[in-house]
Design a binder for this molecule. Sequence first.
Ligand code: NAP
Length: 257
Amino acid sequence: MPVKKVLVTGATGRTGSFVLQKLRQRADEFQGIGFARSPEKVKEMFGSTEDFYLGDIKDQASLESALEGCDALVILTSAVPQMKAPPQPGQRPEFDFAPGEFPENVDWLGQKNQIDAAQKAQVKQVVLVGSMGGTDLNHMLNRIGNGNILIWKRKAEQYLIDSGINYTIIRAGGLLDEPGGKRELIVGKDDTLLKNPPGGIPTSIPREDVAEVVVQALTEPNAIDKAFDIISKPEDDPSEVVTADFSGLFAQTTSGL
Ligand code: NAP
């Protein structure tokens, strides 16, 4: 099989960096290229800026040149809330977004730019990582900095579906910085896992497991034109059967938002 050239945006992010590492570990299958805005952060995390494009997703031209000759695009960018000031004792911290870095700019227009650039470059598949909770307009994440982050993310997901490019939309539960490959993964849709988690388990998943699902989606036909929610069983769950059959996992998922 020819090596697939894959561009990963948000490659200096906590999940995006795992995806790029995993692609580079499977060099017989993939050529992993990173897209990031901070050369300092790239050097700190990856040692050098080799096989990286430096740019901002708000600038479509930089995305277009990065995507030239790519077979697939992995979207792992996200608006990042910032704490306004250290909270007073007994008070909750307040969050805001930097000017021009609101969810509307990053999660809607920035993702739209990526999808438009992918279409222009005739990329064959886009894998987009989003978030569970988007069916609830009043979700607390939407209130952070009045950013409506889940609403903008979902709008971009629909735009990807409507683009006609082969898509895989992975809406993760709460992300954990815990090792991957040790849990059973559970897929769902329309936030049913959030509303009614099986056995009352936490609705979370390690970032490393999300990254593995992304990489598997790049080769599994059952992942094409699918959108789904995903969580994991806790690592010590007695009923755990660690997920190894990703084709079978994707077979449980469906098309459409
Ligand atoms: P993250 O660490 O916050 O990474 C976000 C990335 O986006 C960073 O690399 C950031 O660049 C990049 N980015 C932001 N604006 C950009 C711009 N204008 N141009 C270029 N790059 C830009 O991500 P994460 O926590 O791993 O989350 C991955 C995804 O899962 C996100 O979509 C998130 O919303 C979603 N999710 C999160 C949770 C959770 O519990 N946190 C739950 C479910 C789903 P810099 O590195 O330069 O800042």
